[in-house]
Design a protein around this ligand. Structure first.
Ligand SMILES: [Zn+2]
Length: 315
């Protein structure tokens, strides 16, 4: 089958069909998104060498539990070892965890993928394959918003205008927060404004404008520094970027102004899917382009362009 592997580079290569073990389902992948983590995989973000991809929608073709067969699904991406009961929250930090297409387990940027049945989540008919492949990053965006302290006034600042930043904005909008977004791409900023955000000038932050609550989702060291600059004394910054390199920061500002830094990685997919299924969060207007898997090289090139938001592959 065709698949994108770290070692094969950013093109689809022929690999053997994945082997299904006990308790696992064989899923025919219908849609899979390219995210910042996938791009970082080629820069050595983890030591995974196999198939990448973790934001997907597909159909179960084989499973131990017959009830799954024929169902449209997505899944959690962190898995506990098979001798542990599955729970996405504990899986996230388990020392022997595997992560779909990221760490110790082949991913879904392929014609077929093998997924632990416990981690499968059925997609309702109201959620398309394109949206289904966006449930995982939406859950991650929700987790970032969930970590903000409640009862603090003023606009929430989203730093960055890319894939995750756009989803964070939609979650804030769904929850009736007032939010501002700082970014550098005019097209992406207008997408965020259409979703209900207010554009903030980067120059205003350099001139001293501060926010009590900041979510950083730029994927760049520079963005993290801007977020630290933008936060008000005693404020909170939620960090969402996964970077393959180390970042140099002025931490004395964190100490002197008693700032809280909170990391956030993955979220609750069931909760994200529920918001999507009830039509409360729309994501398909964020999809910039869809490529067949065989044209993965072009898709990756497109995903790296400044004006691209979400690029997806269709095996
Ligand atoms: Zn992702």
């Amino acid at each position: 089958m065709l698949a994108v592997t770290v070692q094969g580079g950013q093109t689809a290569v022929q690999v053997p069909l994945p082997e299904r073990k006990r308790g696992e389902a064989l899923v025919r992948v219908k849609r899979v998104g390219i995210c910042g983590t996938d791009l970082a995989m080629f820069d050595g973000y983890t030591d995974h060498t196999g198939v990448i991809g973790h934001e997907f929608a597909g159909v179960v073709e084989e499973a131990d539990n017959d009830a799954w067969i024929g169902k449209r699904v997505t899944s959690s991406i962190n898995f506990t070892p098979s001798d542990y009961p599955f729970d996405w929250k504990t899986a996230k930090h388990h020392p022997r965890r595997t992560a779909l297409g990221i760490r110790g387990r082949d991913g879904t940027m392929a014609e077929y993928a093998v997924i632990p049945e416990d981690a499968l989540i059925e997609l309702p008919a109201s959620v398309s394959d394109a949206s289904g492949a966006t449930v995982e990053p939406l859950a991650a965006a929700m987790d970032a918003v969930d970590r903000l302290p409640p009862g603090v006034g003023g606009d929430i600042l989203v730093v960055g205008d890319g894939r995750i930043a756009q989803l964070v904005g939609r979650v804030l909008q769904q929850r009736h927060h007032r939010w501002a977004i700082v970014g550098r791409n005019r097209m992406k900023l207008s997408l965020a404004k259409r979703a209900g955000g207010r554009g903030e000038e980067e120059a205003n932050i350099h001139k001293g404008k501060r926010f009590s609550r900041v979510i950083e989702a730029t994927g760049s060291p520079e963005g993290i520094r801007l977020a630290l600059n933008a936060v008000a004394p005693t404020g909170t910054v939620v960090l969402k970027s996964t970077l393959s390199e180390e970042v140099q920061l002025d931490l004395s500002r964190v100490v002197v102004h008693e700032i809280r830094l909170i990391g956030s990685r993955c979220g609750d997919l069931e909760k994200a899917l529920e918001a999507m299924a009830r039509g409360k969060i729309e994501v398909t207007d964020m999809i910039t382009a869809v490529y067949p898997l065989a044209r993965a090289a072009e898709a990756f090139e497109h995903a790296r362009r400044p004006d691209a938001v979400k690029v997806q592959l269709e095996p």
